[in-house]
Design a protein around this ligand. Sequence first.
Ligand SMILES: Nc1nc2c(c(=O)[nH]1)N[C@H]1C(S)=C(S)[C@@H](COP(=O)(O)O)O[C@H]1N2
Ligand SMILES: [Mo]
Length: 263
Amino acid sequence: MKIPKRHTRPSVASLLDAKSIVKDAQKELALPQRRLFGKRILSLGGLMLLSGCDLTNDQSVNSMLQKISSFNDDVQASLFDARKLAPTYPESMITRPFPFNAYYDIDQVPDVDAANYRLELNGLVKGKRVWTLDELRMLPQESQVTRHICIEGWSAIGKWGGVRFADFLLRAGADTTAKYVAFHCADNYWTSIDMPTALHPQTLLTLTYDGDVLPAKYGFPMKLRIPTKLGYKNPKHIVAITVTNAFPGGYWENQGYNWFGGS
Ligand SMILES: Nc1nc2c(c(=O)[nH]1)N[C@H]1C(S)=C(S)[C@@H](COP(=O)(O)O)O[C@H]1N2
Ligand SMILES: [Mo]
């Protein structure tokens, strides 16, 4: 049955509402990760045309923002150059002390027991699925000094050391033609990345910070350090990694942060 169109004029209240919705939408779009092509903020008309959404209620604004965000994911993915390196810095530029950040306070940092710790590999993987810390430490290690950029408006330079993630995936027999790699963490945080970023030469499964065992606050026993992506795409305290073709989302991503999250 076809639902007849209504021809009533919008009430003043709903117009006022629409105004505040548009204001909210524009505020959201001012966030660098939400901005179309990272440049211009479109007019409401432009947004409606582009998104095909009727922006008269919160739900339609949300679905428009989601459309723009996933459009941004596609644009960022197509612009991502697998060989282009993020800037590196001299050790003299390391930020001391390096900031702590998580979705909880520092006194809630998970206490992961090194002896019982096992990294689990799930999904499209043919090889070894359970790794101890010692086994990971025996793989070839490298270190880098890079800038970590948090979407909340701060950045800091740090030095991380560990295994090239591409190396690890190949050793574990991961299907590198899969679309996504997802991470589950000891604090129930989760995130996921695209395979080209997983294979990027600067993406490291890090076990050390500034030459020492990674401290709890920075993600013991390991943080995936991705200098080509924003902070929230750099999971700490990883306990399981899944190689998959099913879109996994993430803790912040599912609350509206752009999924690709390039920095
Ligand atoms: N497990 C886990 N990983 C996480 C987070 C978190 O809350 N839990 N927060 C992310 C965010 S938003 C940032 S900015 C960085 C902060 O890392 P740092 O504490 O080493 O500065 O960790 C990222 N990875
Ligand atoms: Mo962040």
